[in-house]
Each structure stands twice: as C-alpha cells, then as structure tokens.
Design a protein around this ligand. Structure first.
Ligand SMILES: [Zn+2]
Length: 85
C-alpha cells in the first residue's frame, strides 16, 4: 500500500452552503524584531534571557486571512477560533 503525507490544516464550515472545508496554515511573516519577540512569548522567555542556538530557525504557522469555499467558491475572511473566549 502506498501512503500519503498528512499535514495540519484548519477546518471550517461554509455558512452559505454548509460545505466542510480544510485549509492549510500559512507561515507567519515577521517585521524587524517581531520574530524574536514572538519566540520569547511562545517560550515564556523574558527580554533579558539568552536565546537558544538556532532559535532563528523558528517558524510560526498561522491561519490564512481569507479562505474560499470549495463548493460555492464564496470567499470569507477568517477569525481564529482559539482566540475567542
Ligand atoms: Zn460554500
């Protein structure tokens, strides 16, 4: 049997037609200094604590800003469900 590679994706449901959709995450892009700040926040490091070697290999996958329904092709802006209280 051959195999396929599974990747992380975000699930969402189209509010117009009810289609289940899956979209890949996108790599976050950082401005100057933002990457180090994101790394420190994610790893709970204070501003004075030393960064580990290779810390700049760090990548952050985030949700796409817009998605398109695979059935009705309506486009939607997105919100991150994890940040909703
Ligand atoms: Zn749809």
């Amino acid at each position: 049997m051959t195999s396929v590679r599974l990747m992380q994706a975000y699930y969402w449901q189209c509010e117009d037609c009810g289609q289940d959709n899956y979209d890949r995450g996108v790599l976050a892009e950082f401005g100057p200094g933002e990457k180090e700040q994101a790394f420190r926040e994610l790893h709970d490091l204070g501003p004075e604590e030393p960064l580990p070697e290779n810390w700049d290999q760090f990548q952050l996958v985030t949700i796409p800003d817009e998605v398109e329904c695979s059935s009705c092709h309506r486009r939607w802006t997105t919100m991150d469900d994890r940040s909703v209280e």
